[in-house]
Design a binder for this molecule. Structure first.
Ligand SMILES: NC(=O)c1ccc[n+]([C@@H]2O[C@H](COP(=O)([O-])OP(=O)(O)OC[C@H]3O[C@@H](n4cnc5c(N)ncnc54)[C@H](OP(=O)(O)O)[C@@H]3O)[C@@H](O)[C@H]2O)c1
Length: 287
């Protein structure tokens, strides 16, 4: 596995496992628990050590499945990321959410705890005070945010003693500056360059646009997959992780895809091919 570094030199794998829709979307779905736990365990066996989840996913059930899958593994070798829902950003709510997530994950600490999205109706100073409490009490090694703009990052950083270590944003060949799941903008043009300048790790979410990216023929992606003898998924993921300060977290419950996605690391697109992809047009992603 390749690694990138957090601001203090801590190594983070360039490819982690996303978990949205495992164990439900906005509500718990227990119908496939056994195969989901087996798939997460399988991912760890294949070499995934970073797992990205959230209290929102499956209304907490996804965290329970991750908790079950990581039980028995050397915790110090894993990098567990979870997120507090943006409606729970008041001081007491955030601490309650964090403790709930830790219980479901059956772990004593998050490697990285993120604010899932900004909430202008709750003062960010209060939220960051709660995030600081988690670090001060050993409940989170690092704190970060998700879907924050430059202005929101700057404001959040003013109110915490701890560096904001990461910003998770939607970013893929298909989605550059306009999120399809929220009112978030300018990831490529503003937020990512700001994060790169300030040593804030970018976690690119939805890297395969839920698989849609791979469905249509695209002349540039097809050409480069053939040139490098890689799959389109591997080229799309490599384009992300070849960029400075960016890692990504594709979700898959298929062993073949999990293996394939890991094969996106360990090699590099040439500069001119990166530029071709930078400039490639992908069909309208819809909303
Ligand atoms: N912070 C946020 O607000 C936010 C928002 C969205 C997502 N996220 C995080 O980012 C993660 C990734 O995003 P996502 O799950 O929405 O979408 P994604 O990773 O872009 O796509 C996942 C889909 O692609 C398929 N897939 C994966 N690898 C494949 C391959 N090699 N070939 C063909 N199909 C493949 C998967 O199906 P199979 O199971 O069949 O492989 C799954 O249906 C999430 O799981 C979540 O952890 C965060």
């Amino acid at each position: 596995m390749e690694y990138k570094m957090l601001y203090n030199g801590t190594k983070v794998p360039v490819i982690g496992l996303g978990t949205w829709q495992i164990g439900g979307r906005n509500e718990a779905d227990s119908s496939r628990d056994r195969e989901n736990v087996a798939a997460i365990k399988g991912a760890i066996r294949l070499g995934y050590t970073l797992i990205d989840t959230a209290e929102m996913y499956g209304a907490g059930h996804t965290e329970e499945l991750v908790g079950e899958a990581i039980t028995g593994h050397d915790r110090s070798k894993l990098f567990i990321v979870s997120k507090v829902m943006s409606r729970n950003l008041a001081y007491d709510d955030l601490l309650r959410s964090a403790k709930g997530s830790l219980d479901r994950l059956k772990t004593g600490y998050f490697d990285l705890y993120l604010i899932h999205g900004p909430n202008p109706s709750i003062p960010i100073a209060e939220t960051m005070r709660a995030m600081d409490y988690l670090v001060a009490n050993g409940l989170a090694r690092f704190i970060g945010v998700s879907n924050f703009s430059v202005a929101e990052l700057e404001e959040a950083q003013k109110h915490t003693r701890n560096p904001i270590a990461a910003n998770q944003v939607q970013y893929s060949l298909m989605v550059r500056n306009e999120s399809t799941y929220g009112p978030y903008r300018n990831m490529e043009s503003e937020t990512i360059p700001y994060c790169q300048r300030h040593s804030i790790l970018v976690m690119a979410d939805r890297p395969l646009h839920k698989g849609v990216l791979l469905q249509d023929a695209n002349p540039v992606l097809d050409e480069l997959a053939a040139k490098y003898h890689k799959t389109k998924a591997q080229v799309a993921i490599n384009w992300l992780i070849s960029k400075e300060g960016i890692i990504t977290i594709p979700m898959s419950m298929s062993e073949a895809h999990l293996r394939e996605n890991l094969g996106a690391a360990g090699w590099k697109l040439e500069k001119e091919d990166m530029q071709k992809l930078d400039n490639a047009k992908f069909s309208d992603v819809g909303r």
